[in-house]
Design a binder for this molecule. Structure first.
Ligand SMILES: [Zn+2]
Ligand SMILES: [Zn+2]
Length: 288
């Protein structure tokens, strides 16, 4: 498992590798542009070259890109839909240039007041298929959501439906977030319950679609449908649950990103990654 953190790419993507290395990360996640604005950020040839040099010289083995939260591929507003698609394509192209293991996406949200989920899934899937057609070489991973509002991807059935409607391309995968799993009603608080959840994921989506992970603890309890992260071990998933997630054998080899907040505030620090490694060791010991 490649344990790592969400880090800032301020100063260029090579800086993100540096920040990851300082935190003992084996994987890093970045936003490829300012997450609060639509304006795309194009990396120069020099920035890409510097990133690759920094990566090769570090212990960091994987970069995942998180598409910005502004994106709503299920929007019925033509302008928002177009901006969302353009932004996703920019992320996929940036991912290809940087050799990213994938772009992680919250697909979007159905209308708040009774908008049809089926129609929203169809709109999102059509936009995903277009974004794949207009990019190459970088995977796209749909993230499971906590299920707040009309957010799409709250269940394995919804993720499977979007993958299918989008054409089931081999570049399509899934990112599972532990906090979102718990909040959307999947019990991931022990190794046994997590194994049952993954059996269900395998039956409905297929475990081979699983390409990356977010390990976050959750302030929101099981099934609360709220997206509120907690520092590792300090939330409803707790130490034992985080240890189980970090040591799950079916997650071996995958990037596993702690997004925060860290124990000392919002940013993930080296101590948080050291805690994650410690929890993984505890989890592995408990499985013997
Ligand atoms: Zn996310
Ligand atoms: Zn979240």
């Amino acid at each position: 498992m490649l344990i790592g953190a969400h880090v800032s790419p301020a100063g260029g993507p090579a800086k993100a590798v540096e920040r990851g290395a300082e935190r003992a990360c084996r994987a890093v996640q970045i936003f490829n542009q300012n997450p609060r604005a639509w304006k795309p950020r194009e990396y120069s040839e020099q920035e890409v070259a510097d990133f690759r040099t920094a990566l090769a010289a570090s212990e960091v083995d994987a970069l995942v890109i998180h598409a910005v939260y502004l994106i709503n591929l299920a929007s019925e507003d033509a302008e928002i839909l177009e901006k969302s698609r353009t932004s996703l394509i920019a992320s996929l192209r940036a991912g290809a240039r940087l050799g990213s293991s994938g772009v992680i996406l919250h697909a979007g949200s159905a209308l708040k007041n009774g908008g049809s989920v089926d129609a929203a899934l169809e709109r999102a899937a059509a936009a995903i298929a277009e974004a794949l057609a207009e990019s190459d070489g970088c995977g796209l991973q749909l993230e499971n959501t906590a299920g707040a509002g009309g957010t799409l991807g709250r269940s394995f059935e919804e993720l499977a439906r979007m993958l299918e409607l989008a054409g089931g391309d081999r570049r399509l995968g899934v990112c599972l977030d532990s906090a979102h799993l718990l909040a959307s009603g999947y019990d991931v608080r022990s190794a046994e319950s997590l194994a049952t959840v993954l059996d269900e994921f395998d039956a409905i989506v297929g475990i081979d679609r699983l390409k990356s992970l977010h390990v976050n603890d959750s302030q929101a309890p099981l099934g609360a449908n709220r997206d509120r992260h907690a520092p590792l071990g300090e939330g409803e998933i707790g130490r034992a649950g985080c240890a189980a997630f970090l040591s799950e054998p079916r997650f071996d080899g995958l990037p596993c990103i702690f997004e925060g907040p860290g124990m000392a505030g919002s940013q993930v620090q080296k101590a948080d990654i050291e805690l994650a490694l410690e929890l993984r060791a505890e989890g592995l010991a408990a499985r013997d």
